[in-house]
Ligand binder design. Sequence first.
Ligand SMILES: Cc1ncc(COP(=O)(O)O)c(C=O)c1O
Length: 248
Amino acid sequence: MSISNYSKDNGCKDMKYDFDHVISRKNTSCIKWDGVKAVFGTSDAIPMWIADMDMPIAKPITDAIKERMKHNIFGYPLHNPKSVVESVMYRMHKLYSWEIKPEWIILTPGIIPALYASVRAFSRPGDDIILQGPVYHPFWSAIKDNGCHISENRLLLNDDHYEINFDDLNTKFEKRDGRPPTPSRARLLILCSPHNPVGRVWTKYELTKIGEITTRNGAIIVSDEVHSELLFPNVNHVPIVSGGVKML
Ligand SMILES: Cc1ncc(COP(=O)(O)O)c(C=O)c1O
């Protein structure tokens, strides 16, 4: 049995989405709706606090899951199934003309576990890790829960949009005495690109500047680009690596 028919764009190209059909998610153990009272103290609130959809998942995805279920055995899968690797490579090439190698791809159960694993892999307890607040809350906990120190390069609100404070970013890499382990400085920057919640799609200029400052200081960027395909028309997302920042 194979799911390779669903790799690349097969089945998705001419798909029509129905955003008007309302499916109630109440009483389905769904944190967004069934957790409303616990979060807001009342059940009478519209839960807009979590990026969880109220529309059905794309049909090619449910079709592939149904096809897989027919097999009736759900044992350990290969680490990097060929169809998934090929789909990721194809999509990165199609969207960004970015050629990626199969060995660069590591599958994880979600982005949050990947964030935690990255913090553990590339820093030691006590290190500074930079984030750009206000930002998606698990960025903060991934740093704190792994015994690291949050170094906030706060975004600047200029009129109606946010910008990066590059002067402050530079200072975040300065060596600080007295904080173990030595040398005590930022080893990692966790980037949110495009940025949740401020809604900025960082420009190539901004990304290049972040890349220059970070690599000049021997640090690593972990870039969460989950929102890269949720854009207004005529806005382009640039994966930070494709913009010339060297990969590990
Ligand atoms: C920036 C960002 N990263 C990650 C996630 C969640 O990713 P996952 O569901 O894969 O853990 C979200 C969801 O809102 C998000 O906004």
